[in-house]
Design a protein around this ligand. Structure first.
Ligand code: APR
Length: 192
């Protein structure tokens, strides 16, 4: 599914392995210790090689890690990208502990980093929806609304955003929410 925005900007939803899609910057779903793990993080380090962890070691040594809702930048090693933005999503408790804002902040921060680094194409996984247990529908609403809000802005230089879903079920949820949001009035905060 492809959603068009002003100035030729696009948001694409697709099913696949995020480590295989060539873009300027790939977003990783990391942890605040930046120590690697399973899921997207594991796949990213396996495909990118040890150089990414060496850069994270240096960031950890100087900054101690990365707070929830933020992201740090490394090179991409052997991944088909220039940068990896390691975003730290919230661990889901019940949605009443600031998780929605923290999740939105991950997407916002990565788009800000994209602008600062001259990135024109960026891919996101569904941050927090795996090990961190964020309910898929709620996370999808936040991801789509946050990305759309930035892409709509005339000052946003990022041209192509891909949301790479790992399986068809996750894709279907995101596509349904995107289609429903597009059908609502453009005055709605949730419209795409
Ligand atoms: N490409 C795209 N999506 C993927 C891939 C992949 N190669 N591998 C997993 N996913 C999907 C999962 O199905 C899930 O929907 O990415 C989403 C996020 O899942 P996780 O990787 O578990 O990330 P998250 O829930 O944010 O948990 C972060 O997991 O491994 C650790 O170090 C990581 O501690 C951190 C935690």
């Amino acid at each position: 599914m492809e959603i068009d925005f002003p100035q030729g900007k696009k948001l694409r939803l697709l099913v696949g392995d995020i480590t295989k899609l060539p873009v300027d910057a790939i977003v990783n779903a990391a942890n605040s210790g930046l120590r690697g793990g399973g899921g997207v993080d594991g796949a990213m380090h396996r495909a990118g090689g040890p150089v990414i962890m060496r850069e994270l070691d240096a960031i950890r040594a100087s900054a101690g890690g990365c707070p929830t809702g933020s992201a740090v930048v490394t090179g991409a090693g052997a991944l088909p990208a220039q940068y990896v933005f390691h975003a730290v999503g919230p661990v889901y408790q019940d949605g009443l502990h600031g998780e929605p804002e923290q999740l939105a902040n991950c997407y916002r921060r990565c788009l800000e980093l994209a602008e600062q680094h001259g990135v024109r194409s960026i891919s996101f996984p569904a941050i927090s929806t795996g090990v961190y247990g964020y309910p898929l529908e709620e996370a999808a609403r936040i991801a789509l609304a946050t990305i759309a809000s930035r892409l709509r802005h005339p000052d946003c230089p990022v041209q192509n955003v891909s949301l790479v879903l790992f399986d068809q079920a996750a894709y279907t949820v995101h596509a349904r929410i995107a289609a429903a949001a597009r059908a609502t009035s453009s005055k709605s905060a949730e419209s795409l």
